[in-house]
Write a protein that binds this ligand. Structure first.
Ligand code: SF4
Length: 184
């Protein structure tokens, strides 16, 4: 790794820590796995398809998602582990995590990274009821897609970096969720 990238990362790590993040890793964006099967899972089997204005079909086609990831030279994965008492508690937790991540995205932007882009942990859950289409989004400045919405195979991507991720078989098990900050 070049000295410039190393010193940039050191400064950013300080910023991440100031915002309370310690469970993160740097990744090379070219190692992000983008797959058509992820989009198929969104289209067939997910009840958010067409119901969340940051999810398919309100996001770019798969080849454009891949192109987007390749425009960056670095990115960070943030890991969040959580057990919820009831399935419906997941929305409030996701909202809280994503709102805080938006503060970090802004701080990185203000420190000189004009292309910084956050991929939310899970789908956008900022509102209790989503507007469903991009043009009607109730918080257009804050809304961001999740990694899966951008056709990222999150399982294969995070496993390369030693993060835990398994299919959960019921809601009483701990979730391992991930957000991504694309930085340039
Ligand atoms: S900000 Fe609200 S309306 Fe916009 S995508 Fe997120 S949940 Fe939907």
């Amino acid at each position: 790794m070049s000295k410039t990238i190393e010193s940039k990362r050191e400064k950013l790590e300080k910023l991440f820590q100031e915002h309370g993040y310690t469970d993160f890793k740097w990744i090379e964006p070219k190692t992000i796995v983008v797959s058509q099967w992820v989009r198929m899972k969104c289209m067939f089997g997910c009840n958010e398809y067409g119901k969340n204005s940051c999810c398919p079909p309100n996001v770019p086609p798969v080849p454009e998602c891949e192109r987007f990831f390749h425009e960056y030279s670095t990115a960070a994965i943030f890991h969040f582990a959580k057990k919820v008492e009831k399935p419906e508690d997941r929305h409030a937790w996701t909202r809280k995590v994503n709102v805080k991540l938006l503060d970090l995205e802004r701080a990185v932007f203000l420190s000189g990274y004009e292309r910084v882009f956050l991929l939310f942990m899970d789908s956008c859950s900022l509102c209790s009821e989503c507007a469903e289409t991009r043009d009607k989004c109730k918080n257009p400045q804050m809304a961001r897609p999740g990694a899966e919405s951008m056709a990222m195979d999150v399982y294969s991507t995070v496993r390369q970096y030693g993060f835990p991720i398994e299919v959960r078989t019921d809601y009483t098990q701990e979730m391992n969720r991930y957000a991504f900050l694309m930085i340039e």
